[in-house]
Design a protein around this ligand. Sequence first.
Ligand code: B3K
Ligand code: ZN
Length: 876
Amino acid sequence: MRSEDAGMIYLRDYQPTPYAVETVHLTFKLAPTATQVISKLKLSPRAGIAAGAPLELDGDELEFVSAKLNGTPLAADAYEVSAERFCLLAPPADPFELEIETRLNPQDNTKLMGLYLSSGNYCTQCEAEGFRRITYYYDRPDVLAVYTTRIEADTAQKYLLGNGNPVAEGALEDGRHYAEWHDPHPKPAYLFALVAGDLEVVSKPFTTASGRDVALNIYVEKGNGSKADYAMDCLIRSMVWDEKVFGREYDLDVFNIVAVSDFNMGAMENKGLNIFNDKYVLADPSVATDADYAGIETVIAHEYFHNWTGNRITCRDWFQLCLKEGLTVYRDQEFSSDERSRGVKRIEDVRSLMARQFPEDGGPLAHPVRPEQYKEIDNFYTATVYQKGAELVGMIRTLLGLEGFRKGMDLYFDRHDGDAATIEDFIACFEEAGGVDLSQFALWYSQSGTPVVHSKRTQDGAAGTLTLHFEQELPATPGQSAKKPMLIPIRFGLIGASGAELVPSKVDGAKVDGDVIWLSETQQDVTFHGIEEEVVTSLLRGFSAPVILKSDLCEFEKLFLMQHDSDHFNRWQAAQEQGTDIVLALAAGEELEITEPFIKALGVVFADETLEEAFRALMLTLPSYGDLQRAKGTDVDPEAIYQARKALSSRIGAHLQEELRGYHQLPLAEAAFDASAAAAGKRALNNQALHYLAACEVGGGAALAKQQFDLARNMSDQIAALRALVHDDLPGAAEALASYRAQHKDTALAMDKWFVVQATAPEGNLLQVLDTLTKDEAFSWRNPNRVRAVVDAFASGNPRQFNAEDGSGYAYLAKVVLEVDGSNPQLAARLLNAFRSWKVLEADRREKAELALRSILDAKQATSINIRDIAERCLQ
Ligand code: B3K
Ligand code: ZN
């Protein structure tokens, strides 16, 4: 094995294991501080391995008890064991059974990986490398085995759940009971799960297209049963959709979802037993916002869709993570597009990509969608793997067309069902199905960084031609200085002076398929014939590739597209670009008058009742701080950007005050809560109106916000009013905070929103606020949702305060990261990601951010590889 950097794992070093595992039989005797785990593995040497090659299994903080080979205790010299590894030195040449007993302490497992307790309920998290915290095993995705799980526990743990189908249950002595589960589908260890708890269940039957009856169950902590109905509805819709759109049916007799309150991420697709962060299950209008409802729909669908893209076909190694994650995000995005509004959903998805993935791709943490090396795989569950990974699948669909794409997916499912596959396997299916060569396209998986595409028009009226000169710029990223040109699908429209879409008679210079240009060279001229009128180009429609497009459109043309483009995404994008140009100009000292044409155009869109409310609300959303920082690129002064953005918001409120006030309704009229996308869109636009009225001094927004807060009948309206009061520092903010707290103090998920509103407040002495919040009795350093609601909200969602000139925000984050690292390194590393764009800051702040990052590496205490890896890469 080549190893250039200590602890680094390389894709090029991949080797299969010398032994295959056929079956895994696990027995858990659950007890909070001393759980006994007996693992029986049936193993056999793989063809071609050297006879007697050692069997090396992974462990992590394990307490070894004993081991047997074919039923006989192992002699002391037959194996080596530590907390991190078990090695059988000379295994038999024939298939053999290895039995290992370990002892676990779920109660003290604060990393929330492996087996742990959440509110007194046992649960597990094994992806990526948590199974090795339960027993010694080949803890890697390419070792697939059939699992049987026996769980023994106190009867206080009413439900005992495992993967697959239930096969037996019964009483034991001493008030204990047991259950046995068998999963017939071979799976990797990361999909193993177990739950034992005193829970409440909501159930519904489902029959698949081919007639299999499936019992659907959602288990929640006691008292929350009524909040699981929406999640159940989402699950059923997901199952129907996957049958209809991808021809994929469910394959077990039960599908169980368990919601727990202590969870490091959103949810986990364990085979037949999904475990969720309760934030993505529990919905009730008084606790969940419309964004929460949408999030629940997305995550329920996402985990369910993994049953085929992830579980039936898994990854050969963790470098291939995007094979399941990018593809499954693509699938959940498609689902929500079909269930909601496609145009709006596309804007929301791209907005999130730009907010989360673009900064990653443009900074020191940039990595390819399929990374080639890592030190800590947990740090690679990133926006690049997930969201850019989904964009790559979307580009394949754009290049092949819907039919070709579906053919490729069918081939992938047929050919690789039961496999641990690679990106090459995936791409080959589309090459075959579509009869295309995707070798240049495959660069998207290995070249990191966001390509910048420049386009310039030249029109020859006499010849009737329009030539677009394209240039691809591929910025250098860590470990990658020189890059090859990419295959970039550019969906386009040509809008004539009359406003009509022009159709060229012929196109030269690139392959053009319908309205998609296959851009493939560093510099490329594409000529459209039969174009007589002057043209406004609408390029990259629907965001057909994850690139930054720099066109030659002037302000007037962008304002035109903003109001008239038939492509919703490009209308929004034009507004974002205009908004960005204006905020950056204001930050550089321009006068407020430059904002007039833009505000006028916003007013036209706002008043256009032919457009969906959700779309209008997005059109009225200014570019985020992150977008502005990225557009500025270097030497960023966060304070100047904050002030300019605020000035623009206030100006919009003042100029459109009549229209906004005329539109804004107090939430008195609403009868029963309607969770539909259309109703959510209305609330979004209403709250956008409130936001602008509150942002200006003349709109009467302060009184409206107060009234809305008092009269709100759902969380979306309540939290929008509270945010306006607190963030705009309006009279009544403190009372509203107190009243919210009194109303929601016993509902953790609602209290998280109270934390977020305060931790993201741009004004005031925030470090003091953070100190108060973390001492609140609703707060706990041990619960990831609480920590994120305060610390991550501050570090990633409050650019002004986090980037305080004196560096106090950076120092605070570094201190907290070190503290959290002691109990939960995965969570600590996530928080530390807030430094991912530190290099674009102006010199003084840069120096302070660097000091904070160095303090992580120089810490006296023992630190995890998770946080060291992020700090090292940030500093490289
Ligand atoms: N596959 C899990 C993520 C696991 C993260 C491990 N650090 C959830 C998902 O993407 O569906
Ligand atoms: Zn996933």
